[in-house]
Design a protein around this ligand. Sequence first.
Ligand SMILES: Nc1nc2c(ncn2[C@@H]2O[C@H](COP(=O)(O)OP(=O)(O)OP(=O)(O)O)[C@@H](O)[C@H]2O)c(=O)[nH]1
Ligand SMILES: [Mg+2]
Length: 202
Amino acid sequence: MSRCDFKIVLLGSEHVGKTSLVLRFVNCRFNAEIPYQNTVGAAFCAKAMRSKEKDYSIGIWDTAGSERYEAMTRIYYRGAHAAIICYEPSSHESWTRLRHWLHELRTVEDSCKVYLCGTKKDLLDGGFVKREVAEEIVNTYSQDLNGHFLTSSKTGENVDELFQKIVDDLAADVEVMKTVTESRLLLTELDKRKSKKDVCAC
Ligand SMILES: Nc1nc2c(ncn2[C@@H]2O[C@H](COP(=O)(O)OP(=O)(O)OP(=O)(O)O)[C@@H](O)[C@H]2O)c(=O)[nH]1
Ligand SMILES: [Mg+2]
């Protein structure tokens, strides 16, 4: 059983910037000097967050975008409360693949909240790349989802906002909070039993 209240999974093509997004959010850093290294399987990290004066812990699963690991990725989105599906606005291919991920996710976790994330906004704003995915298409597509953010892990723009919106939405969801309360109670009970066992000399 997880000690994190909310499970968030990141999905999307390789090289779209999932790992950079997580590192910017969790460690407040981005280093363009470090050469790109693809994630193998998945990486996990946790962070404490607040919503409406209450504390929550979130567990983030950063999955590999490479199709080589696709079968494995399914393991990570089981039980996810929210998914961030990333695409690069300058890559039509990454957008096509996003739709594939959404379909995959829905077949396994149909109640999972979904947020679209267009990455590398700084490259778009600076005119270094050209938009291949029309804004209207993204807006229409994201209407039935829980949100759409354009982020830059380089500048940090909209990164905290994206994660804060997810935590606020989850904390306001009665059904999600029911399961969070239940698992917190269960964990407290298990901890109590364990500490009793530890002090018992018999
Ligand atoms: N300029 C700019 N570059 C970025 C940004 N985010 C990521 N990158 C660069 O894009 C490349 C890929 O980033 P990653 O975060 O490793 O991509 P990923 O989606 O985790 O890739 P996989 O692990 O293979 O799925 C790296 O060279 C990053 O430095 C951004 O916001 N702005
Ligand atoms: Mg990665």
